[in-house]
Design a protein around this ligand. Structure first.
Ligand code: ATR
Length: 276
């Protein structure tokens, strides 16, 4: 075993990951002598990488694109959330066994809890049906939403989420959005639309009730076209950066033994890096 706790973020590519910045910030903040390292691993090498992490002295790590499904298959023990989502983003050793969880669902809910307590009542409309939507639909269901509409360009992907989660979920094409918005209390963009100056999702927010909340998982830019439009309409908005920060909390606690806080200063540090 290594002298100091070590953790990793493994992906391909992984250079863009902000996780080293977040965990590095917390390690310094709490005076923990540990390391958090980037590991760029090709899909063909991922299983061998995982089987060697114990010997390399890692306490665990994060797994990002394209390894989340492979990590789900290869972890020895999965918690309920990982089972429900079918993808793992956080790994750790416990009694010698490799455990896997998915903290994106936690990150999504914790971000909204911090920003707008009481967000978890009403009717949710989810734009997109990819990997991020999986975690978010699970979070919504866990928090008691009984009506979750999943909107996707490829209807079969929305339908497969409905088949997975059942209870209260329904699948729709984009043409249904105007009708769906009329009684939506929480609108979530889980697509990549609006990222890096691209056009946001084509939805007319005038249909939303005045009390609705609009949130986006895209955080570059922080104020996405969808959030800008929502703010113009004086709707309540929550940006996507908080989800990224909060999803990192459970992993840090597992590897380094301290539950870290998502502070304004951490947020400012990451925003400065995004803007650099
Ligand atoms: P992630 O894991 O980040 O969710 P993903 O699995 O590739 O990424 O999913 C991307 C989501 O954005 C999907 O819902 C995708 O719709 P399709 O399933 O129809 O591909 C959606 N998306 C991406 N580009 C889109 C576009 N130009 N118009 C509509 N939806 C788009």
């Amino acid at each position: 075993m290594a002298e100091h706790p070590r953790a990793f973020v493994c992906g391909h590519p992984v250079a863009h990951s902000r996780s080293p910045l977040i965990h590095g910030y917390w390690l310094r903040e709490y005076g923990i002598e540990g390391t958090y390292e980037r590991r760029d691993v090709l899909p063909a090498d991922f299983a061998a990488f995982l089987s060697g992490i114990g010997e390399e002295g890692y306490a665990g790590g994060n797994v990002t694109i394209p390894h989340k499904e492979a990590a789900y298959r290869l972890a020895e023990c999965l918690d309920e959330t990982a089972e429900a989502i079918g993808a793992v983003n956080t790994l750790w050793f416990q009694e010698g066994r490799l455990h896997g969880s998915n903290t994106d669902a936690y990150g999504f809910a914790a971000n909204l809890d911090a920003a707008l307590p009481g967000w978890d009542r009403g009717v949710a409309t989810v734009l997109g049906a990819g990997g991020a939507a999986l975690a978010i639909v699970h979070a919504l269901q866990t928090r008691g939403f009984g009506d979750i509409r999943i909107v996707n360009r490829t209807l079969s992907r929305a339908q497969s989420l409905v088949d997975r989660f059942r209870g209260g979920t329904s699948a729709h094409g984009w043409d249904a959005v105007p009708e769906l918005l009329a009684d939506t209390t929480l609108l979530i963009n889980t697509t990549s639309l609006g990222m890096h100056g691209n056009e946001g999702p084509a939805v007319d927010l005038a249909r939303l009730p005045d009390s609705a909340i609009v949130t986006d998982i895209v955080y570059v830019p922080l104020v996405t076209p969808l959030l800008a439009e929502a703010a113009k309409r004086s709707l309540r908005t929550v940006d996507g950066l908080g989800m990224l920060l909060h999803q990192a909390v459970p992993g840090f606690e597992r590897w380094f033994g301290k539950r870290p806080e998502v502070t304004e200063e951490l947020r400012r540090t990451v925003v400065a890096d995004l803007e650099a």
